[in-house]
Design a protein around this ligand. Structure first.
Ligand SMILES: [Zn+2]
Ligand SMILES: [Zn+2]
Length: 289
């Protein structure tokens, strides 16, 4: 008997998406109903002057149509205005999409989250759960294994973990690996970024099936920036991005620029290489303008 334990409240692989046409903000939510609060609050921030308070009353005047309301119940009026604003964009909410659709499953996505945090795990599962081949360069293999096991209904066809960190499959006896296509490639910690890149390239050659998008996770960027100069850290990402462009797939760069000023500096040089930056905000994924 196989007991699933501690199942996470998983984020679905396919989600709802709304992109603001006034700024670059994009939100992805579990479903259409989760979008109501996002759009209303966001549009209200753009149109804050459409809401006025006088005496004991609150008035709003819709910027999109002729509707106007005045009420004594402040909270109720604001909520009603948000719902009204949402109504103007409901037909622009897309269903059944993936964050990677934004880059047509081909490009570099910067994930603004500590590689060892829950927020990163939510996006990891979202990306890795949608493809056949996952290649993850990570310092913490056990974290990756647990994130995928707890958050996905099924493992990808093939998962290759590349790490200098040790991992013994016996370390997670509660994870059932039967029928799971998973492989661990141990890296010599003295390897240069070029050599790590070559290892990843060989793994892609050996494991990829034609027409199948690849999810390539890089969670070692902080370590690479710490160990090498800016130029080599930048060229490492550019090289992997170019390699993946041949294959078709999304490279996710997990970084916490707030935590490390050097990482923030290197990311500036990668501005042209990064196609999309996403973060986790409460229960949703967002692109902030
Ligand atoms: Zn906006
Ligand atoms: Zn209106």
């Amino acid at each position: 008997m196989c007991l699933r334990r501690n199942r996470r409240d998983t984020f679905p692989i396919m989600v709802g998406r709304w992109a603001c046409d006034r700024c670059g903000f994009v939100a992805w939510t579990r479903d259409r109903s989760g979008m109501r609060e996002v759009t209303g609050s966001h549009l209200l921030a753009h149109h804050s002057d459409a809401l006025s308070r006088s005496d004991f009353r609150v008035s709003w005047d819709c910027p999109y149509c002729a509707t106007a309301k005045t009420a004594y119940d402040t909270d109720g009026a604001v909520a009603e205005f948000k719902t009204h604003l949402h109504g103007h964009v409901t037909d622009r909410v897309a269903d059944g999409v993936h964050v990677a659709d934004r880059v047509s499953w081909d490009g570099v996505v910067r994930v603004d989250a500590s590689p060892t945090g829950d927020e990163a795990d939510a996006l990891r599962a979202h990306f890795h759960g949608a493809v056949g081949l996952v290649v993850a360069v990570t310092p913490s293999p056990e974290r990756l294994v647990r994130a995928l096991d707890e958050r996905l209904d099924a493992w990808p066809r093939r998962t290759v973990i590349v790490s200098t960190g040790e991992y013994d499959f016996e370390a997670t006896p509660d994870v059932d690996f039967e029928g799971v296509g998973i492989e661990m490639v141990e890296l010599d910690p003295r390897l240069s970024p070029d050599e790590v890149g070559e290892t990843v390239s060989r793994i892609l050659d050996a494991n990829r099936q034609p027409g199948e998008p690849v999810s390539l996770e890089v969670s070692v960027f902080h370590q690479i920036v710490a160990a090498f100069d800016v130029e080599r850290a930048v060229s490492f990402v550019r090289m992997l991005a170019a390699r993946l462009a041949d294959t078709g797939g999304v490279l996710q760069l997990y970084v916490d620029a707030d935590e490390d000023r050097n990482v923030a500096t290197v990311l500036n040089f990668l501005d042209e290489t990064i196609d999309l930056t996403v973060a986790v905000d409460d229960d949703r994924f967002v692109r902030r303008p």
